[in-house]
Design a protein around this ligand. Structure first.
Ligand code: PPE
Length: 305
């Protein structure tokens, strides 16, 4: 977090940042049964502020609740309005939005008859997730020894709180080894995604990304696919192995927090020339133009605050 704000929306009301607290017997704190979203708002070229793909993020939040069977006590319209209102109230022109659906206190145990579902929405200023230099020059990644979640275990299409222990293990492992980001393989050994980003590679002008099977289907990933296809780049969603990744001409991550971050090295092997390639740079530049409302064709992705 680069800058905290004044108010947090909690269960339909605004409370001061410092007072947005919960009881230690909060169910989600013990078992990880809760879901969240990560959304960015950008200050556009004309000074206005807009949330990027708000509808898709709210849809995914409700989809996550559906997958893990949490009855969220608000409508999509209410959550959408609450997000916009939280940004307005905090006068945050550009930053990160974190809606969290969690189970409050009242009952303990894996099975509880009454499920006390609560919702919080916080916003804060957050700069380049993997550093400004990483955004510009690319980052150094390492394949983690931890395997990505099994599709019939934690289920990767829901953005579940507990799923992130897997990401944290991978990230802490590779950070301790001196790298910037962890790439995880799926349970069959194919490249899955990074600890908090989806992955793309480029080989001989063709862009490839992991199919939705074992990943969180990123909204930034979906945006990249649309932008790349609109630009006429051939793109396939297909599984690939770590050696195919080593041999790629270019590689990059996509994610709300990480935006479009080039990958310059994996497991001490340079990717291409070791600096962001032309297709990566083209997609990255276009992405930043899109989120800042500079391209009319994609303005329907922006929800003005
Ligand atoms: N995979 C994972 C595992 C993931 O957590 C994210 C987002 C993505 C892919 C990309 O999805 P999308 O943001 O819709 O393009 N990770 C969020 C959490 C980061 C954090 O440290 O917290 C994010 O980018 O907001």
């Amino acid at each position: 977090m680069d800058a905290i704000t004044n108010k947090i929306w909690m269960d339909g009301e605004f409370v001061d940042w410092d007072k947005a607290t919960v009881h230690v017997l909060t169910h989600t704190l013990h078992y990880g049964w809760g879901v969240f979203e990560g959304i960015r708002s950008y200050q556009c070229h004309d000074g206005a502020s807009a949330v990027f793909r708000l509808k898709e993020h709210v849809d995914r939040l409700f989809g996550s609740c559906h997958i893990v069977d949490i009855p969220i006590p608000f409508t999509k319209v209410e959550i959408t309005e609450a997000i916009l209102e939280t940004l307005r109230l905090n006068k945050l022109k550009e930053g990160y939005v974190r809606p969290l659906v969690f189970i409050g206190d009242g009952e303990m145990g894996i099975y509880t008859k009454n499920v006390n579902v609560r919702v919080a929405i916080a916003v804060w200023g957050w700069g380049a997730y993997l550093g400004d230099e990483g955004l510009e020059k690319g980052i150094r990644a390492k394949i983690s020894s931890f395997t990505r979640l099994h599709v019939n275990g934690q289920m990767t299409k829901a953005k579940v709180c507990g799923n992130y222990v897997n990401s944290i293990l991978a990230k802490r492992e590779i950070t301790a080894a001196g790298y910037d980001e962890a790439i995880l393989l799926d349970t069959e050994g194919y490249v899955s995604e990074a600890s908090g980003e989806n992955i793309f590679i480029v080989k001989n002008g063709v862009i490839k990304t992991t199919p939705r099977t074992s990943i969180l289907p990123g909204i930034t990933r979906d945006s990249v696919i649309t932008i790349a296809k609109d630009k006429g780049y051939p793109l396939v969603e297909d599984r690939f192995t770590r050696d195919e990744l080593y041999l790629a001409d270019e590689a990059f991550f996509s994610g709300t927090a990480a935006e479009i971050t080039p990958v310059r090295e994996v497991d001490n092997r340079l990717i291409g020339s070791g600096s962001p390639g032309p297709i990566t740079s083209d997609i990255q530049n276009t992405f930043f133009d899109v989120v800042k409302g500079k391209i009319n064709k994609y303005k329907h992705w922006l929800a003005y605050v």
